[in-house]
Design a protein around this ligand. Sequence first.
Ligand SMILES: [Zn+2]
Length: 211
Amino acid sequence: MLLLGALLGCAQPAQAPERAPLPTPEGWYVIVDAGHGGFDAGASGADTGVKESELNLKVARLVQRELEEAGVRVLMTRTEAGALGDSKREDMARRGALLQTEGADAAVSIHMNKFSDRRVRGPMAYYQAGAEAGEALAGCVIRSLTEALSLQPRLPNPGNNFVTRVPACPAVLVECGFLSNPEEEKLLQDEAYQRAIAMAIAQGVMAFLEG
Ligand SMILES: [Zn+2]
């Protein structure tokens, strides 16, 4: 993973102290997708019933802010609580069209996880299986997240999801944490924690773009 990261970009600054100033992010264009919405609430908190769709939007907007403050142009697939259509089919069609926007450098879809074993916790980053650039992007994002949260390193996970399969650009689906884990369910509703996660996701995306 380290070797892959070094090869595909996202080497840590400490590993390249002589590195030239970072290229200007001007011109970078990133799609940020807040998963679910409206009639499709996604997962729900095991203890509080909080809706995944609401947390996704909060974190996605914070990611948008971080990226925009760094000079990156951002396209949000949704900025409201509602879905992108009246049916799942309509929502997917509109979301898919946005995710295929020409000229995008990366796409990031924000989600929250849920699992039967309530001990399972921590962020995960999925890339479309076989997509080399997507794997590099997901690797940068999960590395940034685990470092920011002082967790053991994790590898990105191969998957087959609409939001990583459809975009023409490298794409990552970020599961910010588990709404089934009692402690994480609380943390994911905490604004400071949401900000920390969003900052780490944005920094991971930037590390990939800078690569
Ligand atoms: Zn989801």
